[in-house]
Design a protein around this ligand. Structure first.
Ligand SMILES: Cc1cc2nc3c(=O)[nH]c(=O)nc-3n(C[C@H](O)[C@H](O)[C@H](O)COP(=O)(O)OP(=O)(O)OC[C@H]3O[C@@H](n4cnc5c(N)ncnc54)[C@H](O)[C@@H]3O)c2cc1C
Length: 405
């Protein structure tokens, strides 16, 4: 009996839709399955996404998707000291994330993928030379047969368990909370990040402008009291005092780094499900999307000539690790280092970053997505290396955790 589709993609987030779009453009038959009634809902994202990264993934956001263009970032130390990093041109968009997801799913459909909403995959298994999936659609159970499964279920991914592929690490999943607020005054080309180990342990709080009087204000924290912390932050922060809360969102930010193994026979994990997320900022749209496109290209090759070639998948694993894996590993290391710092030590770090050479280096080499380069360069800059060593030598006891999580 023939399969229902050559490839089934689970989850119509950015990673799943980009993979489906790429496969459909290559002429493969693709089913894109999404458990929700609408793509992009509920929203869990701050919507700050690198312009170049989107471009490299072949994404041109429609004009109704883009809210602002960001050129400046202000990093706030616990002491209140500020570090301003400014680019000459906008380097990131503030987006309507639901509309972006919608656009990508529509592009996948336009290329020929079959999008099925309200369709939840409950089980995936391999049977001889094909894959089977149990699905539920409006209370009805069904079975699908395919040559290949791409799992883009997001951070709470479960379906890889029978294949013994690692899931995102629970200890690095941080509860996050975000409000859309009004009644404030902001510069629309500037985002603000606030570091404070008591308020937002192992992460930071953010203020991202939607327009001059509206913003997304949120935080993620390893302490389990995100609502209390965010209420405190809204009140204490000079940018948001007196703000009126219009909408509330929750979610899980991931800072655990990429999974060591993402492929097995006829099954690939991509996006958040594979930990392809920047541990420094929790952003996964660009990195996960880039890996999704690579995975789709290799799967296309693996299925060419009508027979399945597992060697192509091993090549995919090597390619994404070379292209993004090292970047993501370096960001994970930086995240773990910063997680060891208390507020006083964060203040010291900020004061060494204020040094003009350090700032210049970050402004020149800094890239919102590919942060590996600036991290590597920073560790060879005498100014930064000296202060990093001063801060980190007392932390040798954390070494095993820093290296192996
Ligand atoms: C508060 C917050 C702020 C963030 N801010 C940013 C940001 O500013 N920039 C950025 O780049 N990233 C940000 N992120 C991270 C970003 O949202 C994720 O990295 C990104 O969504 C991952 O894309 P994905 O396609 O892998 O997974 P998801 O976007 O999570 O998509 C997974 C999809 O799979 C579906 N699904 C799950 N299980 C099944 C199933 N069994 N059957 C069928 N469908 C299923 C889900 O419904 C969902 O639609 C933020 C995250 C949070 C929580």
């Amino acid at each position: 009996m023939a399969v229902d589709a050559e490839v089934v993609v689970i989850g119509a987030g950015p990673a799943g839709s980009l993979a489906a779009r790429q496969l459909a453009r290559k002429g493969l038959s693709v089913h894109l399955l999404e458990e929700h009634a609408e793509v992009g809902r509920p929203v869990h994202c701050a919507g700050l996404i690198g312009i170049e990264g989107l471009r490299n993934n072949g994404i041109v956001p429609h004009s109704n998707v883009v809210l602002q263009r960001v050129r400046k970032s202000v990093f706030h130390a616990p002491s209140g000291a500020q570090l301003l990093l400014a680019k000459s041109e906008p380097h990131a968009f503030v987006l309507h994330r639901d509309r972006l997801d919608h656009q990508l799913a529509q592009e996948a459909e336009a290329a020929g993928a079959k999008l099925q909403l309200r369709t939840r995959v409950t089980r995936v298994w391999r049977e001889r030379n094909e894959m089977r999936l149990n699905i539920e659609h409006k209370g009805q159970k069904n079975e699908l047969r395919t040559q290949f499964v791409i799992n883009a279920e997001g951070i709470n991914a479960q379906l890889m368990k029978p294949f013994r592929l690692p899931r995102p690490k629970r200890g690095y999943m941080l509860p996050a909370l975000q409000y859309e607020v009004s009644n404030i005054s902001l510069s629309t080309d500037t985002v603000h990040l606030f570091f404070n180990s008591q308020l937002a342990k192992n992460f930071f709080a953010w203020v991202i402008p939607l327009d001059e009087h509206h913003a997304r204000v949120g935080l993620a924290t390893a302490h389990k009291q995100a609502p209390e912390a965010l209420a405190k932050f809204l009140h204490a922060c000079h940018l948001t005092r007196g703000a009126k809360i219009e909408k509330r969102y929750g979610g899980i930010v991931y800072s655990g780094g990429p999974s060591s193994k993402t492929v097995t026979q006829r099954f690939v994990n991509i996006g958040d499900a594979a930990g392809q997320t920047k541990a420094t900022t929790g952003g996964g749209v660009v990195a996960g999307g880039a890996c999704a496109i690579m995975a789709a290209s290799h799967i296309h090759r693996a299925l060419q000539d009508g027979h399945y070639n597992h060697g192509e998948l091993r090549r995919y694993e090597r390619t994404w690790k070379r292209g993004w894996g090292r970047q993501l590993q370096l960001m994970t290391l930086l995240r773990r280092l910063v997680n060891t710092l208390d507020n006083q030590e964060l203040d010291q770090l900020f004061s060494s970053l204020q040094h003009s050479k350090a700032r210049q280096l970050i402004e020149q080499e800094g890239d919102i997505d590919r942060q590996g380069r600036v991290i590597r360069t920073a560790f060879t800059s005498p100014v930064l290396l000296r202060s990093a060593l001063r801060l980190l030598l007392p932390k040798v006891r954390f070494l095993p955790q820093l290296l192996w999580g």
